[in-house]
Ligand binder design. Structure first.
Ligand SMILES: Cc1ncc(COP(=O)(O)O)c(C=O)c1O
Length: 387
């Protein structure tokens, strides 16, 4: 079985560990361990037990009017500015097609699917080294791009904020400043739900005082660009419901941006890319404010617990993270540790060999409950002590 390019491959982990996939405790996929929300499970159960279960017995509305309206109400944007998709991954495919034949500035290491999508679209990738944000959340991107020396006029920028795999968070003011310099921009905010005040009821409005400076604080605030997109028709934000609501099997994401993007994308794609059950799940998830509050209360505690635990391992160097995972540099071969964790403890962490800029010394570990993290940390300690 070939080495996985993505986290969450429990079938691969089980083959290495010699057990069934359900025996594997997965720290590799960056999913919220508190989910899926009960409200979503109940809504799905109800939808399936209707006398006529229309969520599966009818074709979805190809316009997804109701689903887009719910997302639009939640995010306080016009429904026409929303496009739903079969996970963020599907929407990346169409964002890449928009970039066809163009030069795309991509900060690396980067989520592997960007290269798949851009390569398939025939775009030319111009890699830039991801500069970890400073205390103020600045990536120093303007300077980096200036040094790259190319003509801004035809450039396309792809950003991921918060950044996978590092967990770094760039400040909104810096990104907003950059947007007008590009012909097109795609910002993947798949992990932004994990930042507090991302609840639209608390979303800063464009004329509110700019909260970018809070990025340097221990618990940063959301830096989503969604409320600012009306002024930036060249920019598309892609979001996923996979991570925060623990719904990777349903495949549901959405994009926000000027409707001209979707008019083009619609001509390229299958008319029913989001299934009926995913639509039911989104409605229930968006209505579940207590689940969001519970997650946002748990997250900083769990992250600090994991970071401190990793830091206590001799020679291990965890990076600061604003997301629901921690990137850690190990003193030796991280892939050997990954294998030992699987074979001896059935614990799956993400190696970073598919991120060539990081390679063998790094592991990426998704947050789980505190007892599960303790299980992982004591397994790591035993491996270090006993070899
Ligand atoms: C940065 C990033 N964007 C997008 C995705 C894909 O999300 P989805 O499950 O919604 O396709 C992932 C999945 O790991 C990711 O890490």
């Amino acid at each position: 079985m070939s080495w996985p390019q993505h986290g969450g491959n429990r079938a691969w982990g089980a083959a290495v560990a010699g057990c069934s996939p359900s025996d594997i405790l997965d720290f590799s996929a960056n999913l919220n361990p508190l989910g899926p929300p009960q409200s979503v499970l109940q809504a799905l159960g109800k939808a399936l037990s209707e006398p006529d279960p229309v969520a599966i017995s009818c074709y979805p509305d190809p316009d997804y009017r109701r689903l887009r309206t719910r997302l639009a109400e939640h995010w306080r944007v016009d429904p026409d500015w929303i496009c739903v998709g079969n996970g963020a991954a599907e929407l990346l495919t169409w964002a890449a097609r928009d970039a066809q034949g163009g030069e795309v500035w991509l900060l690396k290491p980067a989520f592997g699917d960007y290269e798949r999508a851009l390569w398939a679209a025939g775009a030319v990738i111009k890699p830039l080294r991801y500069p970890f944000p400073n205390e103020q959340g600045s990536l120093g991107l303007a300077e980096l791009l200036r040094q790259s020396g190319s003509n801004p006029a035809g450039r396309i920028l792809w950003l991921n904020n918060p950044h996978n795999p590092s967990g770094g968070l760039a400040s909104r003011p810096e990104i907003l400043d950059l947007l007008p310099q590009f012909q097109q921009v795609m910002v993947d905010e798949a992990f932004m739900d994990f930042l507090p005040q991302d609840d639209p009821e608390d979303l800063p409005q464009p004329d509110a005082e700019e909260p970018g400076a809070e990025v340097g604080a221990r618990q940063a605030l959301s830096q989503t660009l969604i409320p600012y997109l009306a002024d930036h028709p060249n920019t598309v934000v892609i979001r996923s419901l996979t991570k925060f609501y623990t719904l990777p099997g349903l495949r549901i994401g959405f994009a926000v941006g000027h409707p001209d993007h979707w008019r083009r994308w619609q001509r390229w794609r299958d008319p029913w890319s989001v299934n009926g059950l995913a639509s039911v799940a989104v409605e229930a998830a968006l209505a579940d404010k207590p689940f969001r509050q519970r997650t946002l209360a748990w997250l900083p505690v769990a992250r600090e617990h994991l970071r401190k635990g990793l830091q206590a391992l001799p020679g291990w160097d965890p990076w600061p993270s604003q997301a629901n995972f921690v990137l850690v540099r190990c003193p030796g071969s991280a892939t050997q540790i990954q294998r030992a964790l699987l074979q001896r403890y059935r614990l799956l962490v993400r190696d970073c060999r598919s991120f060539p800029e990081l390679g063998d010394p790094y592991l990426r570990i998704g947050l789980r409950t505190l007892p599960e993290q303790d299980q992982l940390l004591s397994a790591c300690r035993e491996i270090l002590e006993n070899g």
